[in-house]
Design a protein. Structure first.
Length: 153
């Protein structure tokens, strides 16, 4: 099966129902996407599929064939993703950092879909779990980016 991940095409041999996460991590060696709960609840494994947040731990390979997958390894190639990473640094969001790749993916998807999200939009989109409790810093970083034109990100 061919997969387009981070603007590269990969030929992978795996069962069509294999979770995308395991191919990304184990076969392709992109370990920035983490395993958390395995139930699509925590968001640690979040990637973008055609720009939308997807929990890769429960996403079968055959559902992403022919689509564009973006992982944390390539998020800074996108101007919005790069701005999100910079805001994460400016606001010192990560503590342990384990969930942060999924958080960055969710924030990037939100800001690409809604350039000026309200607090309600942020609360609805930023639902990934963080055991360190960095939610206030995450919200501050996303708020800081809200309303900026993409060209200025």
């Amino acid at each position: 099966m061919q997969l387009r991940i981070n603007d590269e095409v990969y030929e992978v041999e795996a069962d069509p129902d294999t979770p995308l996460l395991w191919v990304i991590r184990d076969e392709l060696g992109m370990t920035g996407t983490k395993y958390g709960c395995g139930l699509a609840q925590c968001g640690v494994c979040s990637v973008l599929v055609n720009g939308k947040v997807v929990r890769s731990c429960v996403t079968p390979l055959d559902s992403v064939a022919g689509q564009t997958v973006t992982t944390i390894e390539a998020i800074e190639q996108d101007p919005v993703g790069k701005a999100v990473v910079a805001a994460w640094v400016d606001h010192q969001v990560p503590q342990c950092g384990y969930c942060q790749s999924g958080q960055v993916m969710a924030a990037t998807a939100l800001l690409k879909q809604t350039a000026n999200p309200t607090d309600d939009d942020i609360a609805a989109a930023m639902v990934n779990l963080c055991r360190c409790g960095t939610y206030n810093s995450i919200k501050a970083a996303v708020r800081d980016l809200a309303g900026r034109k993409e060209s200025s990100l």
